[in-house]
Ligand binder design. Sequence first.
Ligand code: C5P
Length: 232
Amino acid sequence: MGRTIIALDFSGKEEVLSFLDQFPDPIYVKIGMELTYGEGLEVIREVKRRGHQLFLDLKLHDIPNTVRGGMRNLARLGVDMVNVHCAGGIEMMKAARQGLEEGSAGRKRPLCIGVTILTSIPQETMNTELGIPGTVTEAAIHYARNAREAGLDGVVCSPHEARAIHEACGQDFLTVTPGIRLAQDAANDQKRVATPEYARQNGCDYIVVGRSITRSADPYQTYLAIERTMNS
Ligand code: C5P
């Protein structure tokens, strides 16, 4: 299966399924809170029934016991990747992993990925409003080290941080990177974008691509071209 995860940022189940109909083979997709809260878990089960790999991007953040129970149930859905906010702390991240193991019973455990500093938070806000010192990259690396210590499989980060995170946490610690644009695309609302080629050169393990694929004239061909770049 590929290293390109397509973000299915559609508002309804029908749109999701007709988009997936354009792909002859299973792909790796990401579903987030808008679709999950709007459509319920049925859309997740249907995507899995169709054989696709699924990153369920719900970013859990609560006390350890609650996260453990939530993760146990997410694992039972048979999803392939889930995430938590690293800001919940090491105990919470350990509990997330434990819940996933409990819910997987005999099946492959979903990968558990930590969200470091949201890209919507500039350094000034992080320093003054949130009270976290240093640069955003320093904070992201600090959170990534905590995630590694808690036994998480990797973190979500910017393609520009992937190399430093691998250096700090090891090459086998996964980096999952959104903010990808093809050279010819508009950046839209993304601030610091990178191409798939840049992402590959910087060691990103998975890239999350939304609009560059979903809004392209031929999503399947665009996806194949990106996958070729990521695997070259
Ligand atoms: O359309 P686009 O390629 O910008 O979509 C990127 C996807 O990755 C969206 O689902 C967005 O919510 C998600 N994401 C992001 N930046 C982060 C974390 C998640 O763009 N830091």
